[in-house]
Design a protein around this ligand. Structure first.
Ligand code: NAD
Length: 498
């Protein structure tokens, strides 16, 4: 046990061993091999991280734009150079395939590239002569210490959604990665320091509920970004808001696709298969429900055939699906599949008994499809977060839209159709924050922001892009008048010594 590597805290620029007596194991989900031990940081350690971030803020907030931007230019280069090493760490601890791991890192890298443009992103506004000789302008000033709490399913992308933009805008940061797979996050943090992030500007604490609550309560933390489940996100939102912080929480989902009978069948079925089962369904934007309209209901056998053809295995062998994150997650998913059967849904494809030679201990579940799913069933009401696709039937586009709008979640949705009119009606009437038209997983690139909505989000402003610049800054509005002594000669002025 003591031979295992330990995951360090980062406080004030130093990677330090936690003094905690409480540790968890980081486990390879394909083999159950214990890779490392991660501490549940003590209250003193959380306080030390926040104190280091508070001290660093005094100078970091005044660092010129160009100096801040150049760090992220260097950082994106370092991430590119270490892509394969990062992907291997990510796959070992999280389970996803190497190809998916590179995708996870790449989507975060895009945010780092965006952070390198901070000069143009953080500009204020200026209006001349709002009254005679009076100008008004705005400054977008950093808030202070910000914190981020991240989930297990994108251990590279989601930390990179948070700290690059928070730091580029002049804040300092305390990150609390998922305790289930913190190792790739820590390697990314090491590279961030190598890129030039000064001591104390980025700090990392590990832990579970106690550390999260300490972050929500700490008076010196001004803003909290959270990504994770709806249960924990709601708790974080309310607790941190009550303590006067800005909070943004991106939470659970149940993303629906509509398949119209005029869709390009091959494209629609391939994309649906990839979006339902890729990353073993452990994506907050996974398509976990498809509403088949009219004759598209005849396509189920072809969908099942495609799902059956997907390979399941250890992520390092690059199959189509890797394992689920933990034994507990596997039990939860297989338990929900059993419930689906008990509650009357038709099990078209059962992934519970998949066998992966050489990886008998892995947390594998194969692609699973239910048809005849109805609102009210557990498999419809709960986020399964596994490779399980629920099929519903509708007679018309209107009925399909009504089903989606009645669902409390609002992360993402997609329509497959060749009709521009149907697609336009869908984008106008659907009450979901991210919409794909013949695009199954419509996660916006960082020129835009992540805009999940309704039950999938608490807080107004989303991660990355323009919205996060507003989230991580306070707008200060200055109204100024300068007296021209010559132009206003004859008037009496107070002299100010400069
Ligand atoms: P989770 O909510 O269990 O964990 C998220 C974070 O909260 C972790 O850092 C964890 O340590 C902490 N945490 C866990 N239990 C806690 C508690 N009781 N009190 C305080 N903190 C606690 O989520 P997860 O299982 O790691 O991630 C999967 C979930 O995240 C899914 O619901 C998925 O939809 C969601 N997710 C959402 C998005 C999005 O953008 N909407 C993106 C990725 C993941």
């Amino acid at each position: 046990m003591s031979q295992l590597p330990t995951v360090k805290l980062l406080i004030g620029g130093e990677f330090v061993e936690s003094q905690s007596s409480e540790w968890r194991e980081v486990i390879n989900p394909a083999t159950q091999q214990v890779l490392a031990r991660v501490p549940m940081a003590t209250a003193d350690e959380v306080n030390a991280a926040v104190a280091a971030a508070s001290r660093a803020f005094n100078s970091w907030k005044k660092t010129p734009i160009g100096a801040r931007a150049r760090i992220f230019l260097k950082y994106q280069q370092l991430i590119r150079e270490h892509m394969q090493e990062l992907a291997a760490i990510l796959t070992a601890e999280q389970g996803k395939t190497l190809a998916d791991a590179e995708g996870d890192i790449f989507r975060g890298l895009e945010v780092v590239e965006h952070a390198a443009n901070i000069g143009t992103l953080q500009m204020g506004e200026f209006a001349e002569n709002v009254a005679g000789g009076v100008d008004t302008y705005t400054l977008q000033q950093p808030l202070g210490v910000c914190a981020g709490i991240t989930p297990f399913n994108f251990p590279a992308m989601i930390p990179l959604w948070m700290f690059p933009m928070a730091i580029a805008t002049g804040n300092t940061f305390v990150l609390k990665p998922s305790e289930q797979d913190p190792m790739v996050t820590m390697r990314l943090v090491e590279l961030a320091l190598e890129a030039g992030i000064p001591p104390g500007v980025l700090n990392v604490v590990h832990g579970g509920p106690e550390v999260v609550n300490a972050i929500c309560d700490h008076p010196d933390i001004k803003a909290v970004s959270f990504v994770g489940s709806s249960r924990v996100g709601s708790h974080v939102y309310h607790r941190a808001s009550q303590n006067g912080k800005r909070v943004q929480c991106m939470m659970g989902a149940k993303n629906h696709a509509i398949v119209l009978p005029d869709a390009n069948k091959d494209q629609a079925l391939n994309q649906l298969t990839g979006a339902a089962f890729g990353a073993a369904g452990q994506r907050c934007m996974a398509l976990s429900v498809a509403v088949l309209v009219g004759e598209a209901q005849q396509w189920i056998p072809e969908l099942v055939a495609r799902a059956k053809s997907l390979s399941v295995g250890a992520g390092k062998d690059n199959p189509d699906l890797g394992p689920l994150i933990s034994c507990t997650a596997r039990e939860r998913v297989t338990g929900l599949i059993a419930k689906g059967v008990a509650e009357g849904a038709r099990l078209e494809l059962d992934g519970r008994h998949v066998h992966v030679p050489g990886y008998e201990q892995g947390n594998f579940v194969g692609p699973t499809i239910f048809s005849g799913v109805k609102p009210g069933m557990s498999i419809y009401e709960q986020e399964i977060f596994g490779p399980v696709l629920c099929l519903l039937a509708a007679d018309s586009l209107d009925e399909a839209i009504a089903i989606i709008n009645a669902n409390p979640h609002g992360n993402g949705t997609a329509i497959f159709t060749q009709s521009g009119a149907a697609a336009r009606k869908f984008q106008e009437e659907i009450n979901v924050g991210q919409v794909g038209i013949n695009v199954p997983i419509p996660v916006p690139v960082p020129l835009f922001s992540f805009t999940g909505s309704r039950g999938s989000k608490l807080g107004d402003l989303g991660p990355y892009g323009k919205q996060v610049v507003l989230f991580y800054t306070q707008t200060k509005t200055v109204t100024s008048r300068w007296f021209d002594d010559e132009a206003s000669s004859g008037k009496v002025h107070t002299t100010i010594a400069l």
